[in-house]
Design a protein around this ligand. Sequence first.
Ligand SMILES: Nc1ncnc2c1ncn2[C@@H]1O[C@H](COP(=O)(O)OP(=O)(O)OP(=O)(O)O)[C@@H](O)[C@H]1O
Ligand SMILES: [Mg+2]
Ligand SMILES: [Zn+2]
Length: 420
Amino acid sequence: MKFSRMLIPTTKETPNDAVLASHKLLLRAGFIQFTGGSGLYNFLPLGKITLEKVRKVVKEELDKAGCNEVHLPMVTSLKLWEETGRADKFGKELLRFRDRHENDFTLSPTNEEAMVNLVRQTVKSYKQLPLNVYQINWKFRDEVRPRFGLMRGREFLMKDAYSFHASVEDMEREFALMEATYKKIFTRLGLEFKVVEADSGAIGGAGSKEFMVLADSGEDDIMVCDACDFAANIEVLDENTKNCTCGAELRVTKGIEAGHIFQLGTTYSAPMKAEFLNENQKLEPFVMGTYGIGVSRLLAGIIEQNHDEKGCVWTKESAPFNVDIIVAKAKNEAQMEVGLNLYEALQAKGVDVLLDDRADKKTGFGVKVKDFELIGMNYAIVVGNDIEEGNVELITRADLSKESVAIDEVVNVIMEKLGS
Ligand SMILES: Nc1ncnc2c1ncn2[C@@H]1O[C@H](COP(=O)(O)OP(=O)(O)OP(=O)(O)O)[C@@H](O)[C@H]1O
Ligand SMILES: [Mg+2]
Ligand SMILES: [Zn+2]
């Protein structure tokens, strides 16, 4: 993509209601835009590209684990919610409305009922089990206090998966597989995280674990053990718990809940009469698990963990572009030619690259470098006067280190750094 053709409204101004770094920076760098409605954001081109990158990582790992992607309507009939009694229990977070025929509907805040309804119509026998179905779709929750930008919006992108089993043992096997799959997803995204024992909140069920992205700005207090893998949400521990079962002292830290996995059992399938024929030709309710990831919240989480005073520092798999080619003087034909050649060479290697070809008077070299730092792409190649000596400058966003590299070498150097 060429910067001159893209809608990237970067700004120096810090929005005054934004407290979190991710909220400020995603607005300032032109990833998202406030719509004027609380907790509702437009995703601008950079935000949309980044969201799709994160979505792709989530999808690839789930598909590898044998999950089936589907798509459910964002609008669900309130009747489904009445089958489980959640129409009343969910309270005001569940936005309701009525159509012209006086039927009641909701904007989905989560989709247990709708997915059980999908499966009960199609799966009749234990021979069709186990089954894991998911979607990556917009959710709406009328949160009491939407805040912190993408961290706690009202409309947000969630991956929600639901698994169906003939036995508790098989559901536990899937729960462990999902835990392992989530670890792969969070690791690929370059996140520092902890898996914590959690309480099961409103959704109910036996076992539940949360995936916490570690960040000082996190809303959750968690206890972690540095000697072993143990971590737990502070809510589930006795207030006097100071030591881990391994003996070491526990440390309190903060986390952002980015994923949540639950063992559900038959909480939804029993009241909804979602049943299959077991080996003895007897009807039984499905044993279920449910697994969520806050895909749009992850964008905020990645930035909470990876930023500096100059801007965002995206990780390799989340960056909107891995390389930004800065043509220092876009009116200089020789520079533009080198820039374009490198742009095409990197594209041919499958690298996501942005060419900063802006040639207007207001957009000097300094502005281009500032935008690179604010947007936070992994590397910049500066094409400037050094091309006369056959060189360009390579900037690494993470530590802002600079090196001079031969034009002929720079594509290889980038490929090596990106590890592909
Ligand atoms: N308002 C929101 N904005 C953005 N992401 C959200 C929001 N609410 C939940 N999520 C994401 O969706 C995932 C699955 O939803 P779940 O119902 O488990 O969340 P939750 O327990 O209500 O989260 P929280 O405690 O933060 O309100 C969460 O782990 C989180 O990453
Ligand atoms: Mg909530
Ligand atoms: Zn321990």
